[in-house]
Design a protein around this ligand. Structure first.
Ligand SMILES: Nc1nc2c(ncn2[C@@H]2O[C@H](COP(=O)(O)OP(=O)(O)O)[C@@H](O)[C@H]2O)c(=O)[nH]1
Ligand SMILES: [Mg+2]
Length: 487
């Protein structure tokens, strides 16, 4: 792993820092393995003398779904490694359909995950409660597409503290699930634990199936399967993780599950027609990851190509020349927010201008809600409690932006002091009451979070009446950038 990242402030002329945020690289931090904070350099694109040559991106290898047979595993990884190794050539975890295995301890969830993946990934044991951290496995499940199989700790875990925490984490997985597999066995069927789980899944709008595991040892004749299917009101299959019986059928049933997902949401492609030209302004500065583009930029490029439009990528100093070289004005210019003001001065008024932050606020969440959240900043009273929430777990993708910069910038802007608290990863206030302790939630761009999870968080805030804003939109607001500028 490339551990090092250039110090954020390096090479930046001191005169440029004004206390209010310079930059923000799109609130959508880089992919997991980079360890490099997004372009946070205070101010504008560094002088060329910074010694960072404009680098060629390493390319975007074909999405795994292309030409790869169903259920081909993409490597054997567990939690941490998975996140860290997940960078360029793989579909980002946040973009994968999350298939989560739930059930009691010892139902065989971990065994079934291994059987579905076709190789050992999760720790299997007959000591109940062995799976402490959700294990994740990226794989292709056609026709569903890129998926992430997620193992969980048992839901009936009743060991005092530690167990309680695990159950809570498992329930947090539920919020990110696109498809749930409820693992039980023929003897247990749908008991109280499963019933509570099914209720939660229905409430969350998650599609689910039931796997009656251990069919080798506990007979699951068709009548039993049908009875459980009727009770669960869900597709039910008899399987054995041990012998592999029914596993291929389960894999197929998962892959064919219709996911209720705003899949139609595009980054920008829905606003483009074939042949349109889009200009992307991407400052390559000392904080940019070496040798490549960050995830939101890659994803935007891909989405433009998917729309059969053409992308032209330039840095700010080349922008005017690039625009002049086009025979007709571009359909749209998308800039890194840090260069918004400069770019606005260069791009003709009649050409729509937007930023990666704004596009991703729309794509990952709800732009209207997030920009309304930004407006709430002006009404924060002295001493207001503010939650800063980041979606990444093992290693912060955004450096100290959430812990240091956002608090500093917010207080400088409001000329008041606030009380800041933070959460990371799947951590999130569990109840509306917990959320209501905050006057504002400031969320990262959520590049590591599934869209479903990000949208749930925004919905939680709406339900609790707490404003939420993301880094990109907030920083634009603090800097006086016209955040409402849309396509
Ligand atoms: N006979 C049989 N045993 C199984 C099967 N699946 C899991 N087990 C056993 O059940 C125990 C719990 O399995 P594990 O996968 O760790 O359960 P988890 O707690 O739900 O993750 C282990 O001893 C497994 O070997 C199965 O299909 N048949
Ligand atoms: Mg387990």
């Amino acid at each position: 792993m490339n551990e090092t990242s250039p110090a954020l402030s390096e090479g930046i002329p001191p005169a440029l820092s004004k206390g209010i945020p310079p930059t923000l690289s799109e609130g959508n931090p880089p992919a997991p393995s980079e360890g490099i904070p997004p372009a946070l350099s205070e101010g504008n694109p560094p002088a060329p003398s910074e010694g960072i040559p404009p680098t060629l991106s390493e390319g975007n290898p074909p999405a795994p779904s292309e030409g790869i047979p169903p259920a081909l595993s993409e490597g054997n990884q567990t939690g941490k490694e998975n996140r860290e190794a997940d960078a360029l050539n793989r579909t980002p975890a946040g973009e994968r359909a999350h298939v989560v295995l739930f059930g009691r301890r010892n139902a065989g969830k971990s065994s079934l995950l291994n059987a579905l993946a076709g190789q050992p990934v999760a720790i299997v044991s007959d000591v109940p409660g062995t799976t402490t951290d959700p294990v994740r496995k990226a794989m292709e499940l056609l026709p569903l597409g890129p998926a992430l199989l997620v193992d969980t700790a048992g839901l009936d875990d009743d060991q005092a503290d530690v167990g309680g925490l695990r159950v809570r984490r498992t329930r947090e997985e539920l919020r990110a699930a696109d498809i749930a597999v409820v693992v039980t066995d023929g003897a247990t069927g749908i008991g109280p634990v499963e019933r509570a789980l099914l209720r939660d899944l229905r409430g969350a709008g998650v599609a689910f199936l039931v796997a009656l595991n251990k069919a080798d040892a506990i007979p699951a004749p068709p009548e039993r399967v049908a009875a459980v299917a009727a009770e669960a009101a869900a597709p039910t299959l008899a399987v054995s993780a041990t012998t592999g019986e029914g596993v291929a059928e389960l894999r197929r049933a998962i892959a064919e599950t219709k996911v209720d997902e705003p899949a139609s949401q595009r980054i920008v492609g829905d606003r483009l027609a074939p042949g349109d030209v889009v200009v992307l302004v991407v400052p390559v500065d000392s904080a940019a990851p070496k040798g490549r583009l960050i995830l939101p930029q890659q994803q935007t490029l891909r989405d433009i190509l998917d729309a059969h439009a053409t992308a032209v990528v330039a840095q700010v100093p080349q922008l005017a020349g690039t625009l002049a070289s086009l025979r007709t004005p571009p359909r749209l210019v998308i800039t890194d927010s840090q260069a918004f003001a400069e770019v606005r001065a260069i791009v003709p008024r009649e050409v729509p201008l937007t930023s990666f932050s704004i596009l991703f606020a729309r794509y990952k969440g709800d732009y209207a809600a997030l920009s309304a959240g930004a407006a709430a900043v002006d009404a924060l009273p002295e001493g207001a409690r503010i939650l800063v929430s980041e979606g990444c777990t093992h290693r912060r993708q955004c450096g100290d932006i959430g812990t240091q910069k956002i608090p500093r910038w917010l207080e400088a802007y409001a000329k008041r002091s606030f009380v800041f608290e933070t959460t990371s990863g799947r951590g999130w206030p569990a109840t509306p009451e917990e959320l209501r302790r905050y006057a504002l939630v400031v969320h990262c761009g959520g590049c590591m979070l599934p869209r479903r999870e990000m949208r749930r968080r925004i919905a939680d805030c709406a339900a609790a009446g707490v404003p939420i804003v993301n880094y990109g939109v907030l920083i634009a607001k603090l800097r006086g950038v016209p955040v409402t500028e849309e396509l």
